[in-house]
Design a protein around this ligand. Structure first.
Ligand code: PDD
Length: 287
């Protein structure tokens, strides 16, 4: 794989940054994960908008303004041909002697790499996945896509240790989101997801699904969801750029609804796939 680092393209194994990089020392940086299908980044504008908002929120000037992000990502994809890819982009406040306050001047570190998107297993539409609930121990600005992900890492590892694929986080008795995903619940035919507040990341997949389902006439509500409502849901889905729409069929070892992926999930998954395969790729029903 060819990576991009600070203006150059190189094999990923040879890319190097300084240990004084503020991303390494402080987690002082932001990132994006952009899916790409058939060599075309999906919903690139939305991802670049969110990157711009994350950079502004941490008071870091956009290091690749104008069309420069698009050009760099286009070249990176050319150098890493393939169908289903995810592009990881990270910007940190650069290299400087260690001090918590911002350095007077530094050059941001800009890094990007491409990896294959691993398709969900073929049994998924039959079985779904398991998730566990955990307390949300993150900070107050989860709307910033910060690289400081220690609480997310610990939560995901706890889920994996418990035989699950995701941790679904609860704060003050309400659902927030997954360790690296947004969460939807379905009850009585109504699709619900927590509202956009600093407690969650404004997911690009989340926003697209709300648009697609509403355009089909489905009732979708962005509103606070109580822990008890999560546990009583007919369906639970996880959404993210790399996992698309995943049906959760076990929560804390209890079945969700009938314990099988539900009909609304199937509709949402099909709508999502049709949209990203609109550029000419076929979507297959059997994954
Ligand atoms: N994470 N919430 C959190 C905390 C996330 O980390 C992510 C995605 C999402 C979903 O956002 P989107 O639909 O824009 O991917 C929600 C990426 C995939 C990651 O960290 O790898």
């Amino acid at each position: 794989m060819i990576a991009y680092l600070n203006g150059g393209y190189m094999p990923l194994e040879t890319a190097r940054i300084s240990p004084l990089d503020r991303g390494f020392l402080f987690g002082d940086g932001v990132y994006e994960v952009i899916p790409s299908y058939g060599g075309v980044p999906f919903l690139l504008d939305a991802h670049l908008d969110r990157l711009g908002r994350s950079l502004a929120a941490i008071r870091l000037a956009d290091p690749l303004p104008g069309a420069a992000w698009r050009q760099m990502l286009g070249r990176l994809l050319e150098k890493n041909p393939g169908d289903d890819r995810s592009i990881y982009v990270q910007v940190t406040r650069g290299t400087a002697p260690r001090d918590h306050a911002f350095p007077a001047s530094t050059l941001a570190t800009v890094f990007a790499m491409v990896s294959p998107i691993t398709p969900p297993g073929s049994a998924l539409p039959e079985t779904g996945v398991a998730a566990v609930t955990l307390p949300d121990q993150r900070w107050g600005r989860c709307d910033i896509k910060s690289v400081a992900l220690l609480a997310n890492v610990l939560a995901r590892q706890q889920a994996v240790d418990d035989g699950a694929v995701e941790a679904i986080l609860l704060r003050d008795g309400f659902l927030t989101e997954g360790a690296a995903s947004n969460v939807f619940v379905v009850a009585n035919g109504v699709v619900r997801t927590p509202p956009l507040t600093p407690a969650i990341l404004p997911g690009i997949t989340r926003a697209l699904l709300l648009d697609l389902l509403r355009a089909k006439g489905r009732v979708c509500r962005e509103e606070p969801i109580l822990e008890a409502e999560l546990r009583a849901a007919d369906e639970i889905w996880l959404t993210s750029s790399t996992r698309e729409v995943l049906p959760v069929t076990q929560l804390d070892r209890q079945p969700v609804g009938h314990g099988r992926p539900g009909p609304m999930w199937r509709e949402a998954r099909d709508l999502y796939r049709k949209t990203h395969s609109g550029a000419g790729m076929e979507s297959s029903d059997d994954q």
